[in-house]
Design a protein around this ligand. Structure first.
Ligand code: 5AD
Ligand code: SF4
Length: 421
């Protein structure tokens, strides 16, 4: 979501005559696009601001946008007096106001709904993977999560607007579409005539575009995997066989305290249904370890589910108490030391799953998407349909972005392959 927001902000500033620079000391305008999901992310923003305020040109404008702006509000100006603007995740389209009045302090952390999508210019050149937000905010209220506070209640964008963005992305270079939302599979839009549109409808319509060869979406809430969406994995070959569907914990007791779906059998049934329609599908998850009151037994259940489901490409985090959340004031908070030990154990399991899956790919042929050169410039970096990174020696002839690749080697982190002509 932040990558997308950053692209829209860049497109808007280009219209105002700005160009991008990598050098902070050279910049006339510096924007930190921020994430507040864990305390560490917020801390990083403030330490970066501390560095930047000393390094920047005296007249350069400095500001933060996104969830830390909303979390901190006016307090951000007290902490960093050099800040010129603080704009929340739904008000960054107000940025030009500071260009008109650079001597003022601009604060806007309102939850303005979907207005920003209409006011920002379209990008004129899309990367091969285009991120398209389809909904924003979340109604689920997991007790650890700051997102319902920072991004507000769930709002789905009009179906026609999303398709308009998708067509624009296809016409300007996109080959893969990734639909985005904090609760992406909760997407529901009813038009003026009362017709209801769901994520499965967006996928069907997008798949009709000849330029678009791959479709995916993130992040999904387990109990919103409706049957029409599950069936899409059997019907639509452009939909990649890979789904991020976070479970967070394997313990029903902790899931209840998290205010998450706590019936592990229901979760497993969804995966079974997905595998029935798409036997090669793989699942990834997010995990939180050290949630308040999590015992060794609860954690053992998380390890067990990670092993049973054989998740690939998963993310794991130490629980981080956040302002405006219920879990931050729950009793029996877990020590940092125990959180670190549990995270290490879970990571070992997740890494082992990933290594096993990567190795099982050796010898297989997959259609992969080229994302560009690697750091050395001698190789190309591809993404497999499972979002694995695959390194391929650069050929001496020109290739198109989608290539059939034979996987020749693998380790935990990535694959190696060769182009099949
Ligand atoms: N502490 C740790 N991890 C968190 N996440 C969300 N809130 C917190 C928190 N307070 C994780 C969840 C979510 C991912 C985006 O970030 O695993 O799925
Ligand atoms: Fe946060 Fe995701 Fe839960 Fe929504 S579903 S409250 S975004 S963790």
């Amino acid at each position: 979501m932040n990558v997308y927001d950053g692209q829209r902000i860049a497109a808007m500033l280009e219209q105002h005559g700005f160009t991008q620079t990598e050098d902070v000391t050279d910049a006339d305008l510096i924007i930190l696009n921020t994430c507040a999901v864990r305390a560490k992310a917020t801390d990083k923003v403030y330490s970066a601001l501390g560095r930047i305020r000393r390094a920047k040109k005296p007249n350069a404008l400095l500001g933060i946008v996104g969830c830390v702006a909303r979390e901190s509000g006016a307090d951000a100006f007290k902490r960093i007096p050099e800040l010129n603007f603080v704009l929340g995740p739904q008000s960054y389209h107000k940025l030009p106001e500071i260009l008109k009045n650079p001597d003022t302090k601009l604060l806007n952390i309102d939850l303005g709904g979907l207005e920003k999508f209409d006011e920002l210019p379209q990008t004129t050149k899309s990367p091969v993977v285009a991120y398209i937000p389809i909904q924003e905010g979340c109604n689920h209220c997991c007790t650890y999560c700051i997102v319902p506070y920072t991004r507000g209640r769930e709002l789905s964008r009009p179906f026609d607007d999303v398709i308009h963005d998708t067509i624009n992305a296809a016409k300007t270079g996109a080959i893969e579409i990734c639909f985005l939302g904090q609760n992406v599979n909760g997407y529901k839009y009813t038009d003026e005539k009362g017709k209801l549109f769901k994520l499965s409808d967006l996928i069907c319509e997008t798949a009709k575009l000849p330029e678009i060869q791959r479709i995916r979406f993130t992040s999904s809430y387990p109990t919103e995997m409706s049957d029409d969406l599950i069936e899409m994995f059997g019907i639509e070959p452009k939909l990649l066989p890979f789904l991020n569907m976070p479970i967070q914990s394997g313990s029903p007791r902790i899931l209840k305290k998290m205010n998450r779906p706590d019936d592990i059998d229901t979760y497993k049934t969804i995966i079974k249904k997905l595998k029935t329609v798409r036997p090669d599908i793989q699942i990834s998850s997010d995990f939180i370890v050290g949630f308040p009151d999590e015992t060794d037994e609860d954690f053992a259940e998380t390890l067990r589910i990670a092993r049973d489901i054989k998740y690939i490409n998963s993310y794991s985090f130490k629980y981080s108490p956040r302002p405006h959340t219920a879990a931050a004031i729950m009793p029996n908070q877990i020590s940092e030391q125990i959180k670190s030990v549990r995270l290490q154990q879970l990571d070992n399991q997740l890494n082992e799953n990933q290594r096993e899956f990567n190795i099982s790919c050796i010898g297989k042929e997959m259609i992969c998407l080229c994302e560009g050169d690697d750091k050395t410039g001698r190789n190309l970096v591809f993404r497999t349909p499972y979002m694995q990174q695959c390194i391929v020696e650069k050929p001496d002839y020109k290739i198109t972005a989608l290539q059939k690749i034979k996987i020749t080697d693998a380790n935990k982190a990535s694959l190696r392959g060769e182009i099949i002509k």
